[in-house]
Design a protein around this ligand. Structure first.
Ligand SMILES: [Zn+2]
Length: 306
């Protein structure tokens, strides 16, 4: 299926004014109309742009489509927020607060806070099945150390992360305190359906995946590639390709971006960055432009009971 494109031209046409953004939020949030608390029924509401709200035609009660979202109470105009989300959706490598500072003429601090707010909304809860790949990695290099001599590899300035991908599908990626069995197994159990086929490297923690659940004769069909022996793909007789290329390919995005684009990320916001890249990866085959999928995650939808 061909993905629908949403260009900069489309964006500027549809989200140029605060009123346009509010209208979009209203439709997204209240697809069945706005239920007025005071009149106790769905009534017609009119836009009150100066209050960033809608008021009931009969009693004047105000409702705010930004309530409970990252936009609420922000001094930054809605088109600027939407523009940042548009940028998040448009790039594969991510956009930096520095670029946003320059392009929107807001302070770096505000831009960074906005980016982290958007990222915090992009956490998803996927359940993977079929053929899955698991792999852990180390991400980070905190700002404090940037430009100075750092320890390489599994040093103190990097945080362990665990990821699982369903081949051709969604990604689950988490910053974890360590890569021990007792840390990783509950995540696997929660996000990978039992009975799935899982591929990993030879890291010893994965060795008992096959019999994780004592009540089952086997929990996961598990197969490994032996990276330490220079093996990157193993072809099984049944035609299955055993490798972890897809999950490693996924990790390369946040890895390169944190190093090259963002120039280091603080520990506190690392999960947010991981969310951002996982979100893009999980939705890369969507028909709907990513921009609208992101907005859907930011704005709660209030449906009326039928
Ligand atoms: Zn009313």
């Amino acid at each position: 299926m061909e993905a629908i494109t949403f260009t900069l031209h489309d964006f500027l046409r549809d989200f140029y004014t605060p009123a346009q953004c509010l209208e979009y939020l209203r439709k997204l949030r209240w697809p069945d109309g706005i239920h007025c608390r005071k009149c106790d029924r769905v009534t017609k509401h009119h836009l009150r742009p100066e209050k960033k709200a809608y008021s009931c035609q009969y009693c004047g009660t105000l409702v705010r489509p930004t309530k409970g979202t990252i936009f609420f109470g922000s001094k930054v105009a809605l088109p600027n927020w939407f523009w940042i989300i548009f940028q998040f959706a448009k790039t594969r490598t991510g956009i930096t607060a520095k670029q946003i500072e320059r392009e929107l003429g807001i302070t770096y601090k505000t831009a960074l806070r906005m980016c982290n707010a958007v990222r915090s909304c992009l956490e998803e809860d996927h359940t993977l099945s079929g053929q899955c790949e698991l792999d852990e990695t180390y991400l980070g290099n905190s700002r404090r150390y940037f430009g100075r001599k750092r320890k390489r590899g599994r040093g103190a300035d990097k945080r362990p992360c665990f990821g699982a991908v369903q081949r051709g599908g969604a990604v689950v990626a988490k910053v974890v305190p360590n890569t021990k069995r007792e840390t990783l197994y509950p995540i696997i159990e929660e996000h990978v359906e039992k009975g799935s086929e899982v591929f990993t490297d030879e890291y010893k923690v994965y060795a008992s995946l096959e019999k994780m659940d004592p009540n089952l004769s086997w929990t996961y069909r598990h197969d490994t590639v032996n990276h330490s022996q220079g093996q990157y793909v193993k072809y099984r007789r049944d035609g299955t390709e055993v490798h972890t290329n897809e999950i490693e390919g996924f990790w390369s995005y946040p890895k390169n971006a944190i190093k090259g684009v963002h120039r280091g990320v603080s520990d506190r916001h690392l999960q947010g960055y991981v969310n951002e890249y996982a979100f893009r990866q999980s939705h890369r085959k969507d028909e709907q432009p990513l921009f609208f999928t992101m907005l859907r995650h930011i704005v709660p939808v209030e449906r009326l009971a039928a």
